[in-house]
Write a protein that binds this ligand. Sequence first.
Ligand code: PLP
Length: 420
Amino acid sequence: MKPSAVWHPFTQHATEPEPLLIRRTEGAYVETADGARLLDAISSWWVITHGHRSPRIIEAIRAATETLDQVIFAGLTHEPAEALATALVEMAPAGLDWVFYSDSGSTSVEVALKMALGFHRNTGAARSRIVIMEHSYHGDTIGTMSVGARGVFNAAYDPLLFDVDTIPFPVAGREQDTLDRFEALTRDGRAAALIVEPLVLGAGGMLMYPAWVLTELKRIAERSGTLLIADEVMTGWGRTGTLFACEQAGIAPDILCTSKGLTGGAIPLAATLATDAVFRAHFSTDRAKTFFHSSSYTANPIACAAGLANVAIWRDEPVADRVAALSRMQAEKVARFAGDPRFENVRTAGTIAALDLRVAEAGYLAEVGPKLRAFFLERGLLLRPLGNVIYVLPPYCVTSADLDRLFDAVDEAADLVRRG
Ligand code: PLP
């Protein structure tokens, strides 16, 4: 008999080992049913910020269930959603005055794309092209795959994906090519929006680019009437060193997507923030101009309460100091591999460290990926290299000793790979 009926995400069941049964999570660790403790060095797909089962967030969830469960969010509203929206507007880059809730990173991006198209249609502009950055990832729904890099992940669905225009990733020293291409793409007045992951392209291989490029992209977008969508689903909530990555570029996008760390990672929630101009374009006595989007669980009160607790943690605890300390630790510890012939592109952005293992066969499907994952698991480390790209994206409560143990294992793994 089949032991499990579960079909897991991004999992090749024919070749991968049975998933480990997890029975408890705490701080930077997850614990298996047989008692092994694994350091969650990828924050469970980048969602956990303060740590697993962060006490104030768990307590807020518990308290919320005393009075509320899901309520329809059209025609009704509730205090957790109202208070969280007010807080998000205060904390986000200036000018993002409206908050639209959804349930996941992907839906927050779908909402952003629809807002951009709606904005132009409702203001009478014939703009419907979306510009994307090479190697981007924005989710796995049809719309978000359309605005992400094409490859083995979405080849089967390609016939359904819509056409986009692509600017090159701003490789160090060739950033101007990216800016020039974007500028050229905005000239015919058909570009509706540029969507970017600010500063770090996550699933594309933890590729990092400097803040000034984002500043310039915003300048070109603004000058040409193209909206800028910042997908901060991964980069938000301190990951790159600031609350939102856009802050480092000194810009406010027209639309900003946030999810993952919005509830500290405890429970699903997403929000798409928009400027008043984007909202106003949909504000009309003409009902055809309504923003036609919803999902059943929009603004789930329990999730919003978790989001509010996360905001409270950011407001009354020294989270920024924790993020700064972790960022320094990551930079110091990964520096041991700079100039090491076994690695290339040793890099950090805030709390994220990444380095590429030199192998004959690179890329996401590189054979080395699953082998590395198994090697790290044996050492109690939950890491999921993106092919030959090893990255460390831990919760902010990770300790220096945890990271030492982890980077020692990276060292050991590189030796094993070298010896074949
Ligand atoms: N956008 C970015 C930048 C992401 O990294 C991700 C997920 O990793 C998504 C969107 C999609 O988020 P979700 O998996 O919650 O749908």
